[in-house]
Structures are given as C-alpha cells and as structure tokens.
Design a protein around this ligand. Sequence first.
Ligand SMILES: [Zn+2]
Length: 436
Amino acid sequence: MKKLIVILLLLGYFQTQAQVSKLEKKIISSIDGNKQESLKLLEEVVNINSGSMNFDGVYKVGQIFKTRLDALGFKTQWVDGKPFGRAGHLIGYHTGNGTGKTLLLIGHLDTVFEPSSPFQKYTLMNDSTATGPGISDMKGGDVIMLYAMEALKQNSLLKDMNIIVVMTGDEELSGRPLELARKDLIEAAKVADIAMGFEDGKSDPKTAVVSRRGSTSWQLNVTGIPAHSSQIFTDAIGAGAIYEAARILTEFYEKLSAEKDLTFNPGVILGGTDVKREEKLNGGNAFGKGNIVAKETIVTGDIRAVSPEQLKKAENLMQEIVANHLPRTNATLAFDEGYPPLAPTNGNYQLLEYYNKVSQDLGLGKVGAVNPRDAGAADISFTAGYVDMAIDALGLPGGYGHTDKEFANLNWLSRQTKRAAILMYRLTQSSVNNKR
Ligand SMILES: [Zn+2]
C-alpha cells in the first residue's frame, strides 16, 4: 500500500513537472542560480531610505534599478518629478526582435517610511523571514521583476521581448496634479498589451489581483444662516448647516450603502458658527454654541468603487442628494482627482487563468482572485481601459505593510520570480492581437 502511494505521488509529481518545457526548466534553474544575488539586491535597496518625500533616496534606489535595466538592454530614462512635486519615475523600454505582445511591468521605488521613521533597516529574523521598510511593499516585487528578466536574458529569450518597465517614485503619496504624475504610466499603457503589477497584494501567494477599487476623496461644504437658536425652522432662518449636513449623510447612507463593492466614508466632520479646516493636519477647528444655528459644516471622506461606471453613478446620485437642500441652506460636494478603479474584466480573468496554470505547472499551487474590497488602489489601475489584460500582486508576500513590523517571506522570492518569468515567456510566445 505504501509503495502504491509513493508511486502515485511520484506520478503526480512527474505529471506536474511534465507541464514545464525544457526551455522553461532552464529559466527555472537560472532563477535558482541567482537566488543569493537577488537576496543581496533586496537587502541593498531596503537599506536605502526611499520615503516618498525623500527625493534623494527615491532617486538613489531608482539609479540602482536603472543600471540593472540598462545592463538588460533597456533604454532607460529618469523622469524628473518636479512638475508634480515628487522625486520622479524610472522608465525603461526594451524593444525586442520578436512580434509578441508588449508587456508593461509596474513597480514603485518609494515607501511610506520617511527618514524620520525609526524603521530603516533590513533585518534577517530567520532563514526565511526578513523585516525591513518596503521589503514586501514593494522592493521585493521590484527585485522579482528584475530577476525574472535576468533569467530570461540568460536563456537568450529577453532579446525577442517587447517590455516596458515603469517604476514610479510616488505610489505611496502620489504627486499632484495626478494627470502629470501618472502621464508616463498612462503613455506606457497605451503602447502595451498586458500590464503586470509586482505589488504584494493580499500577501498571499494563493491569490493575485484582477480588480482594484479606485479611491477618490471628497469634501462637502454646507452653509446655513446663523441666528439665535430660537429662530431655527422659521422661514427666515431655515434648518442650519448641521441639519443639512446630517440630512445629506443620512441620504448617502440610505440610498447607496447597499450597492455591492461601493463604499463611501465620511472621515471628519466640522460644524458650528466658525469652522476652520486644516488640510495638512487632517483636521481643523470648530466653534459654536448650543443657542446659535450653525453657519457652516465641512465633511471630508473618500469613496471607493470597482468600476468607472459605478463611480460615476454614485457621484451623480450623491450630487442629486446634495442639491435637495433643506430650507435656507446651501451645500456643495467636490470630488478630488483620485486613483481610478481596475475593473474585473474578462481579459484580467484570462490572465489570472494563465498565471494559475503557470503556478500549477511549477508545482506551486492554485492562484485565485483577491476580493476587490481587500485590494486597495494602486498604480496598475491607471492601465485600465488601455491594456487588454492586467494582473497585480505578483510581488513578494509578507505582512504588516505600512507598519514598522513589515516583513517578507524570503522563500517566495525565487518562487514568485519563477512564476513571473514563465508567465512573461508564455505570454510573449504568441504574436496575435498585439498593438504594434
Ligand atoms: Zn505598494
């Protein structure tokens, strides 16, 4: 019986292995051979502070990847971030000899940890775990992207591939106007057929991201007529600014909270006779008295939608609600520029299916989609509508992102590199449906 189980296990093993071609095996062994080198690069870049507002640090990390991309045969360029108030981006174009699809690989150089943070260094906790600022979000993913291409180059496969790399310097705190800060990414998406993001996603290697909700902030400004409280509800004074704000928020809740995959959250409310909002402090001051009808109310919040259509629909309904004023009040609702949603298209699901197949062929298990409610806004969303397929979370799994306990599972560094490299190889083998 035992023997039979062993034979069955072996049979299963060979069946899985047989799915990987001879050439793909060579890619895999190159990645195994580069393991120590890739770990070294990860440690090196994690140890350079690149908080979004530390422009020198972001540039320095960018230059390390620029040198590496140059060596892979990319035409690289550092896009200065001055016009949008950030460090800038690293962009690289690789024009291959082949006619395969053009891949857009997306990374980011910055982290949420500024030089003032106590969390600055890469620390090995045990043979498979390391902590460090940005180790999984997302310097690990950047290293995976690079070493996937390194292995393809070592096997003379990269030369045929059309690849664009965009590594932004301001993913964690994007520059403004967004139109300028994401111009290069959008230009790249227009040329590319398939977008691949190397964020850590849900930090679970059994999942990848095919849909991300967008995130847009909004501000509601409400005014009323200040008067002695005894006059509230009269024709001359009306309802006051606080009642009007409360009506609006209640109607938002009543009419929109049941909509699937849509959320909108009022985060701060200030109301009274004299209101001062301090944007930089994410707060402000409000002064008022119980016997005075409120003159002003300000509410700030965000809205997250799964598709541009859902966002538009929600925005329109919110504006309608706002316009329906209580007596003698006024209100306006303004939406900021936001991160767009990455809608769950058939193309994205198809790409996930390819990735799932690659993973199973590699013996690394099935990969399913992350619930969009668990996937925050990210740079890949800017490719929505321009590419045929997009997938994210091909990066390094770990946990506690954006905290000083951020860690990565180092065992997955070469596994994720293998998944990415084989996926890139297979995607570029067919020449149908490319934009070039
Ligand atoms: Zn990130």
